[in-house]
Every structure is written in structure tokens, then in C-alpha cells.
Design a protein around this ligand. Structure first.
Ligand code: ATP
Length: 903
């Protein structure tokens, strides 16, 4: 096993048996102990992550912030002016702020990395002779891998079984067309990766068929691992909001520049010295920029992602947290997401008679046609009965229902498989909407026991049997004959119409209907797959019931109430889809568009209709793209679900691509922004609600923080105008921005949702951060806070150079007013004194801590020196409390007015 590299790179040259032997494995797979030993030897099957931001890079990014650079300059200049205390204090604050920002970014980064790790796929392997699911991380060389369409290949491996296997190897070769794979030996040692058709490589995608392979290399030993360093430069993703905030920061810095010149000019005209002018300039710069804001936003988004995880929504991209809040349309699959995907067969319909399931179970012995139909259902099937599985079956629930129905009638899948071994297949795909399997026929006497038609007739020499099941409407077109009461007749148009009518009637009741058919195959047709589904003999139909999820009904209602349009997109029959959509309350209309309709429509025609169509049926994955395009053209923010390989493009182009955690393929998960761990529609709606809460909260603390900055600017401009010296020192402003504003702002991120989060329509996706009056509110409230502070300062200012108590009052007043305002911004219209006033304990704690720190700064002598404060007398402190109460009064009056207006 430990042989040299030449052998490991040329597995394709060896035969299957030789590879298995060389890797000391067997078709039964490795023994668990051996797998454990190899795990210790080779390590986990992981690529070493180089893409994760290194801590020092996060730190560097912090230090590169313009503001930090300005402050560092201030440190140097203060030192030059021999203002050593200022220099040291500003320096300490810069360091603390950098560390704080670093810590928050680092935590957010780790949180996202942890979420991404949760999506490490499980893989199916054979170990100790039995099929098992293990984490892809635990794969070792020699493991027998079982792969199927939708898998991302977890390791490099040599194929030992390949059934119609197609793999898309773009990750390695750049070729986006899928290539056919087989198991044959390839003697040429120099073969390029793209031509090694008997090998599969980590990171490539199985797009069709299934196969088995023995793992030859894992982790960094794989071909992908060898080039992994090239792939891992992940770009730094900023959410739209973060981008807008960064832009805001830059504009504020520019505005600060202008203000600095004005204020410095004013202080100069008042006859101030160089030092004072300089201090004023720095103060102004510091006052204008909300230093704490970017970190607070990042942490709010990351915390949001964690909250969503608690509700079973796994966020893969941080921007999704924000986008979710703005979703206007939720497109959802039907089966499993809106319904329970617990299929049970209700009726079996033969061309001239029908049975309920229990009748069918009792009668199949007497009715050979029924027996053949049930046999077709259970053999043209990849599901198996497994007592230990949650619903008693392993595999697709639609198929499971057929196996169980046959089983109830005494037809044991495994026994039948022994008599009619499967030799070829055309797997189910959502494009064709049917599946065929080819079976070798036994001797003609044994055939007759299965059904006389298999032994008799002009095809008695045929040695293979094709079994087909699929959507009746399509299947019927592939049928040329029909089995009625033991005799094969030609299938005429009249009969076809009858079958369609019956199909329609059942679909109307919300049942899923599958048609079944068979055909005998001559040996020379065995290798012509396009012959399999040709001139089939129609056997009948099976109806299945799939109850809707009760919680989906409530979620659909919630969506509508919240101005979000739920849309059902399904591969199922249009009538089945409409019936279920009505059950869910998703629509009251019969309007439905099918994939065929979509193909025939122009872009404009669809644009005109899409506003009032809520159900799309018989669509294939490519139609999802058409639907997304049409919706996005109307500026909708679209969330789209998907689970199959072909859904990947739709998941990528939707604003929020949602993959299924349980039934979804690896590929769909990789392409998604969010994964539903429970496959449940209700989870999407819960995530949207959470997204709205977070967006609301971000606006709350943006408003809170910027009001603080506005107040400081007002103080800084009004002070000199009123003839006062510098009212706030740079270190005091830094203190307010980072501690007084920063700490409660983080706590505001924990604020519970507003009562009406899901009672209002989504906000306009194009709106800026200052939309809906936010900008004005910041300016007005900033003006009030600033004027109260500077006014109080003026009142206590003795006009001389003696006591600095008035400065401490301006400083404290600002802090107290901000604390009061933090309580006010919690709710938009609800009174601060309503029942939920204790609703955010984190915020109350943050305010308590901040107030205590402020008192320490005022009353502890050491800090008096550092922050240039003077202990306030009781009445002075009292005035600050009154100032805070004024803020509360103003805000409460405004809320009262708003509430009145609403009623
Ligand atoms: P969705 O999950 O998108 O709501 P769906 O599960 O109903 O829809 P598909 O799985 O694409 O959609 O199935 C489409 C149609 O194909 C079904 O209505 C059924 O007639 C047929 N079909 C589904 N599963 C199978 C299967 N395993 N074998 C054969 N035909 C199938």
C-alpha cells in the first residue's frame, strides 16, 4: 500500500481486481478496524484549508482602516507636542479598538467556517460487507465507494462498477461537458486525467447514473489536493449592507475633512494656539466617523446566522442573512418541502378494473395482470425495505411506496430480483420523468409463472424484459400496446384518451399517479438503450397519497400576511399540483403553467402572466431558471429551492438558493446560500422572519450610533460658535464612540423581532440605509442630543479657564442621553414602558456596565487625569439624568403620535 508514487498515479492501467487487491481491499469493503488503522496512517480526507483568513490578515485589515491611521498620526503628533498622556491614551484606545474589531471579525469568521464545515457530505461506502453512510472526512484508501447522480466525488477512485455513469470534471479539466465513465483497463501509462475513463476524481460531479469504485487516494494526496493551493484563494465577501456602510464611512471621512477646516478656522479666529487647533481637528475627525459600526454589523450578521441554525436553516454565505430579510417571492418544490414525502399507494388502476391497496393485496394471486403491475413497480425501483429506516424504506419515497405495496401483496422484492436480475437501466431523471430497468428473463416455464404474456407470443424467444414506470402523460406516448385481461391489444387513440381522463381525475384529487409498462427485448436490442422505451405495453397506474405538511399551511398564511408570494414549482401533474396548492391555501385559482407552456411562451408573455401564477407543474430544472429570470426582471428578490444536480444553476442565480439538507444532492448543497436541515418549507419562512429581525436591528443600531456621532458634531460646531473653548477632547469622543455607543449597539443586535415583522410587506430591495426617514431622524435627534449637551455645558461654563467641570458635563450628558436613546430605539412605535421593557436583558446589562464605567471615569482620580474629567457634584450629575429623561420624553411623544396616527 505504501508503494511509491508511480503506482499511485497509474491506477487506471490496472484491472479492477488488481486495484482492489493492490489496495488490500475486497468487494465487501474494508473491515472497520482496518479502516481505522488506515485513518490513523493517512489522516482525514480533507484538503488543508488555505482559504481561511489568517488571524494576522484580519488584524492587518483592521489596522489598515483610515480612521486607525489618522488616530495613529494623532498619537505621534500629540507626543511631539509633549502631550504624553493624550498620546498614550489615544494609543491604548486604538489598540483596544483594533483588538476588539479583530476579535469580532475573527469570531464571525470562525462561526461561518464552522457552519461551512457542517456541510461536509456523507458518503456511502461498503465496509464489513455492508453498506454504510460515513462522513466524507473518514474515507480511507481502499474503501469501496458507492456513488450516484448528484454526488460530488469525495476521493480519487478506480471504478469497479459503472451504470450509465457520467461525470462532470470541470473542477480538474475545465471541461464542462460530462464524460462517460466505464471500468475497462487503459494500458496507456501517459493518459491525461481527462482520458482516464475508469477513474473518478475528488471534486468532480456525478451527473448521471451510478457506480462503485475503490478509493485510491484521499485528502491532499488526491489530484485536487495537489492543485488545491491554487483553488483556495477565496475572495473576501462583503454583504451589500457592509458595502454601503463602507461607502458611508468614506463619505463621512470626507465630510469630516471639511468640518475640520471650518472648526479649526473658527478656533483660530478665536485666537487659539497651534495645539488647541490641532486638538480640535482631531476631535472633529474622531467625532464624525462611527468607528465601531462595521464590527457591530459583522457580529450582528454572524449572530443571525447562528440563530437561523437553531431554526434548522444553515447559512452558507453571510450575505444571505441580510438578503433573506428582503425576500419577496419564495419558490418551493412541492414534494417533501410542502408535503411530507410520505407516499403511500392508495389505488391500483388496471385498464378495465381498479383496486384499493388492501383489495390489491388480497387479490393479486388471482389476477395475473395485477401481479405483473406490482412486480414492475417493485423491480423498476432502487428503494429497499429496511426496518431500521425511519419510514421502513431506504431510498426515494415514491419508489418505497411501490416496494411496500408489492410487499403487502406478498411480492418480495429480493426474491423477484433473484429470478429477474437487473442487467441494464435508464435511471429516473426529472427531464424524462420516467425510469426503465432491463432484466434477464429465466426459462420459459418459469416465465409463465410470472405472467403468461412473458412466455407466449411472437416474442417468446426474447430473453430480456424492460420494466418502465413514470409520469403517465409522457409514458402513454411511448406505449403502442396495452394489456387487458391477460391479452395484449394495440393501444388506440380512444383508449389513450380514456387513460388520460382517468389520470386527470385522480390527479385532481391531489394524488400522484405513476404509469407502468413493460416490453420484451431481443438480445440484439440490449445495447441499444434508445430501443428500451419504444412500443411499450401499458399495464396500468398506481396512485399515491402524500399528505401536506401541516406547518406548511401556517407558513403559507404567514408569507401572504408578510407580503411574500409563495410559488409552487413541481415536476408533478398540473392537477395534482393545483389540488395540493389549494389544500395549502397557496392559491384559490386553477391557474397553472406547465413546462410546455413555458417553452412556448415569449419572455414578454411570461412577464405578463407571472404576477398571477402561483403553481408551475411538469417543469424540469431548466424551467426554474426561466421563472427566476422573469421574477427578477420585475425586481423581485427570489428564493428558490432545489435538490438535484440540474438544480445547481437555478440555486446559484436565485437571490437565495435553498438546498435540501436531507434529500438534497451534494451538488445542490454546494451551490446554495442556505440549506434546510429539515427540508421544510416552514424553515424558509422562519429564516426570512429572522432575516427581517436582523435587518431591523441593524437599522436600529445604525440609527443609534450615528445619532451619537451627529450629537458630537453639533457640540463641536456649536461650542466655538457660543464662544466656548474645545468642549470635547479627542479621547472623550473616542470613549463615547467605542464604549458608550459600541457596547449597547452590539446589545441592540439581540433585540427581539418587532411585533409586526411578518405583518408588513417586504421593504423595497433598492432602498438605502437611510430610507424611510432614518436619515432625518438621525439629524433631528443628533441635533437635540447635541444642543442639550452643549447647552448644559454653556450653563455651567464660568467663562474662565478655571474648573473643567462644564466639559465633564458635556461629556457625561452626551453619554447619558445616548444611554436613554438606546432604550428608545429598541422599538419603533411601542412605548419604552410597555410590558416588554425588560425584553432585552443584554441591552440593560450593556447600559448598566456603560453607566458604571462613565461614573468610574468621573470619580476615580486616576481617570480624572487620563480623561481630563472633574468629579461632578450631585446636582450636576442630576442635570445629566434630567437631560436623559428629556430624550426619553421626546421619543415617547413621537411614538405616541405614531401610534395614534396608525389607529
Ligand atoms: P418536486 O419535488 O419538484 O415538487 P416532484 O418530486 O413531484 O416535484 P419529480 O421528482 O421531478 O418531481 O417527479 C416528476 C414526475 O416524475 C412525478 O410526477 C412522477 O410522475 C415521476 N416520477 C417521480 N419519481 C419517479 C421515479 N422514481 N420513477 C419514475 N417516475 C418518477
Amino acid at each position: 500500500m505504501n508503494e511509491n508514487k508511480d503506482i499511485t498515479t497509474n491506477w487506471h492501467q490496472l484491472g479492477q481486481a488488481a486495484v482492489v487487491q493492490k489496495l488490500q481491499s475486497s468487494e465487501m469493503g474494508l473491515a472497520s478496524e482496518e479502516a481505522g488503522r488506515r485513518y490513523d496512517q493517512y489522516g482525514p480526507n480533507e484538503l488543508i484549508e488555505k482559504g481561511r483568513k489568517k488571524p494576522w490578515r484580519i488584524l492587518l485589515a483592521q489596522v489598515k482602516e483610515v480612521m486607525i491611521l489618522i488616530l495613529l498620526a494623532a498619537v505621534v503628533i500629540s507626543a511631539a507636542l509633549q502631550e504624553y498622556i493624550d498620546a498614550i491614551v489615544i494609543f491604548v484606545i486604538v489598540v483596544l479598538n483594533t483588538l476588539l474589531g479583530f476579535w469580532q471579525e475573527f469570531k464571525a469568521e470562525n462561526a461561518m467556517a464552522a457552519l461551512k464545515k457542517m456541510t461536509v457530505p456523507n458518503v456511502r461506502v461498503r465496509r464489513d460487507g455492508a453498506e454504510q453512510q460515513i462522513s466524507a472526512k473518514d474515507l480511507v484508501p481502499g474503501d469501496i465507494l458507492l456513488i450516484e447522480a448528484g454526488n460530488i466525488v469525495p476521493a480519487d477512485a478506480r471504478l469497479i462498477v459503472a451504470a450509465n455513469l457520467k461525470v462532470q470534471e470541470a473542477a480538474l479539466t475545465g471541461e464542462s461537458e460530462s464524460v462517460d465513465k466505464d471500468t475497462g483497463e487503459l494500458p496507456d501509462a501517459e493518459l491525461a486525467l481527462a482520458d482516464r475513463k475508469n477513474m473518478i476524481y475528488r471534486g468532480t460531479v456525478v451527473t448521471y447514473g451510478r457506480g462503485e469504485a475503490v478509493a485510491t487516494a484521499t485528502g491532499m494526496q488526491t489530484e485536487l489536493g495537489k492543485i488545491a493551493t491554487m483553488l483556495q484563494d477565496v475572495e473576501d465577501e462583503q454583504t451589500p449592507l457592509q458595502e454601503r456602510l463602507a461607502k458611508l464611512g468614506r463619505s463621512l471621512a470626507m465630510a469630516a475633512g471639511v468640518l475640520i477646516v471650518i472648526v479649526a478656522g473658527m478656533t483660530y479666529l478665536q485666537g487659539a494656539g497651534v495645539k488647541e487647533i490641532f486638538m480640535t481637528a482631531i476631535s472633529m475627525a474622531v467625532a464624525a466617523v462611527p468607528e465601531g459600526l462595521p464590527a457591530v454589523v459583522t457580529i450582528a450578521l454572524a449572530l443571525g446566522a447562528q440563530q437561523m441554525l437553531k431554526k434548522n436553516a444553515l447559512i452558507r454565505q453571510l450575505p444571505a442573512v441580510e438578503t433573506l430579510g428582503g425576500v419577496t417571492v419564495i419558490c418551493s418544490d412541492k414534494t417533501g418541502t410542502l408535503t411530507q414525502n410520505k407516499m403511500t399507494v392508495s389505488d391500483v388502476v388496471l385498464p378495465d378494473r381498479r383496486y384499493t391497496l388492501s383489495e390489491a393485496a388480497a387479490r393479486h394471486g388471482e389476477d395475473a395482470d395485477l401481479g405483473l403491475l406490482l412486480l414492475t413497480g417493485t423491480l423498476c425501483n432502487d428503494a429497499v425495505i429496511d426496518e431500521s429506516a425511519p419510514n421502513g424504506i431506504l431510498g426515494d419515497p415514491t419508489e418505497g411506496a411501490l416496494v411496500l405495496a408489492a410487499h403487502q401483496a406478498g411480492l418480495v422484492q429480493r426474491d423477484l430480483q433473484a429470478i429477474l436480475p437487473r442487467v441494464r437501466e435508464l435511471p429516473f431523471d426529472s427531464e424524462r420523468k420516467r425510469m426503465s430497468t432491463v432484466h434477464a428473463l429465466p426459462s420459459s416455464s418459469q416465465r409463465a409463472t410470472l405472467h403468461p404474456v412473458l412466455a407466449a407470443g411472437d416474442q417468446a424467444q426474447a430473453d430480456h424484459l424492460v420494466l418502465v414506470k413514470g409520469a403517465t402523460d409522457g409514458l402513454i406516448e411511448a406505449c403502442g400496446r396495452i394489456l387487458v385481461s391477460g391479452v395484449v391489444h394495440p393501444l388506440d387513440e380512444r383508449k389513450k384518451a380514456e387513460i388520460s381522463a382517468e389520470n386527470t381525475a385522480m390527479a385532481k384529487n391531489g394524488l400522484r399517479v405513476l404509469g407502468l409498462a413493460y416490453r420484451l427485448l431481443d438480445v440484439d436490442e440490449l445495447d441499444q438503450p434508445d430501443r428500451y422505451e419504444h412500443d411499450l405495453v401499458f399495464l396500468g397506474m398506481v396512485c399515491m397519497l402524500d399528505p401536506v405538511r401541516p406547518e406548511a399551511i401556517e407558513s403559507v398564511r404567514l408569507c401572504k400576511q408578510a407580503g411574500i408570494r409563495p410559488i409552487m414549482i413541481t415536476g408533478d401533474h398540473p392537477l395534482t399540483a393545483v389540488a395540493i396548492a389549494k389544500n395549502l391555501g397557496l392559491t384559490t385559482l386553477d391557474t397553472v403553467l406547465t413546462g410546455k407552456d413555458l417553452d412556448a411562451m415569449t419572455v414578454d408573455a411570461l412577464a405578463a402572466r407571472i404576477k398571477d401564477v402561483s403553481v408551475f407543474a411538469r417543469v424540469s430544472p431548466k424551467h426554474k431558471m426561466i421563472i427566476i429570470d422573469a421574477l427578477q426582471a420585475q425586481h423581485e428578490i427570489v428564493s428558490m429551492t432545489g435538490d438535484g444536480v440540474n438544480d445547481a444553476p437555478a440555486l446559484k442565480s436565485a437571490d437565495i438558493g435553498v438546498a435540501m439538507g436531507i434529500t438534497g444532492t451534494d451538488v445542490s448543497k454546494e451551490s446554495s446560500d442556505m440549506i434546510l436541515l429539515d427540508d421544510n418549507f416552514a424553515t424558509i419562512v422562519a429564516a426570512v422572519k429572522e432575516g427581517r429581525r436582523i435587518y431591523d436591528n441593524i437599522r436600529k443600531f445604525v440609527r443609534y450610533i450615528l445619532t451619537g456621532n451627529a450629537g458630537e458634531i453639533v457640540v463641536m460646531i456649536a461650542g466655538p460658535l457660543m464662544g466656548m473653548p474645545l468642549p470635547l477632547l479627542p479621547i472623550q469622543i473616542l470613549w463615547i464612540n467605542l464604549v458608550t455607543d459600541g457596547v449597547p449597539a452590539v446589545a441592540l443586535g439581540f433585540e427581539e423581532a418587532e411585533r409586526d415583522v411578518m405583518n408588513r410587506p417586504p421593504y423595497d430591495p433598492q432602498e438605502g440605509i437611510f430610507a424611510r426617514g432614518l436619515g432625518w431622524q438621525i439629524l433631528v435627534m443628533g441635533l437635540i442630543v447635541g444642543l442639550i449637551s452643549v447647552g448644559t455645558g454653556y450653563w455651567f461654563w464660568d467663562g474662565g479657564e478655571g474648573s473643567t467641570a462644564w466639559q465633564t458635563m458635556v461629556f457625561t450628558m452626551l453619554t447619558f442621553c445616548q444611554m436613554a436613546y438606546a432604550l428608545c430605539v429598541r422599538k419603533k412605535t411601542q412605548s419604552l414602558f410597555s410590558r416588554s421593557w425588560l425584553g432585552n436583558p443584554v441591552l440593560l446589562m450593556a447600559i448598566g456596565v456603560t453607566l458604571s464605567l462613565q461614573l468610574i471615569i468621573i470619580y476615580v482620580p486616576f481617570f480624572n487625569t487620563v480623561f481630563r474629567t472633574t468629579p461632578l457634584r450631585l446636582e450636576e450629575l442630576g442635570s445629566c439624568v434630567v437631560g436623559a429623561l428629556v430624550i426619553i420624553l421626546i421619543s415617547e411623544s413621537k411614538k405616541l403620535f405614531l401610534r395614534r396616527k396608525r389607529h
